[in-house]
Design a protein around this ligand. Structure first.
Ligand SMILES: [Zn+2]
Length: 168
């Protein structure tokens, strides 16, 4: 299991001391390479072994998810956010309306989860034709309290207001 390492800590493998070092790590996915600068490791001054702490692993896992998306031809976290904002939705409303489970958009945009291909396709369609959101809104028959202003990025109002029920 991953854990954190500290500067000056004894090497788990020998009597050397660990030193925090920033390296450029290379990752490969489907033949494509990603260079990841600022990858923090703890290197032993005696045996040279490098240890990767929990925090570095977590941060790189997020960065890697965007890399996988790029390689697989899926929208990146930034592109998803851009489309959501273009639709005038906050994360909660986007999850409620478009699906993917509770907090799905927070997870997509935070690189915790990679969107399905179906969600990716839906977002591409909505990016091109934001007014199609009406179709989903009608289907979902939103019931309650949160009023969201729909405003296209291009200044044109797609729809005055929409009431959705999200977050319970
Ligand atoms: Zn060592």
């Amino acid at each position: 299991m991953a854990r954190e390492y500290k500067d000056g800590e004894q090497c788990p493998l020998c009597i050397g001391k660990l030193k925090e070092t920033s390296v450029t790590e290379k990752f490969t996915y489907k033949g494509k390479e990603l260079e990841y600068p600022g990858y923090i490791v703890h290197e032993c001054d005696r045996c040279g072994e490098q240890f990767v702490g929990k925090k570095t692993m977590k941060a790189s896992a997020k960065r890697l998810r965007d890399f996988y998306r790029e390689v697989d031809g899926l929208l990146t976290s930034c592109q998803i956010k851009e489309i959501r904002l273009k639709l005038g939705l906050n994360q909660g409303a986007a999850s409620e309306l478009l699906g993917g489970g509770a907090k799905s958009f927070a997870r997509y945009e935070n690189c915790d989860v990679i969107q399905s291909e179906a969600m990716d396709n839906l977002l591409r369609v909505l990016k091109d034709s934001p007014d199609l959101l009406k179709v989903i809104e009608n289907k979902n028959k939103p019931t309650s309290t949160t009023v969201i202003q729909f405003q296209a990025k291009f200044g044109q109002v797609i729809q005055g207001t929409l009431v959705v029920n999200y977050g319970k």
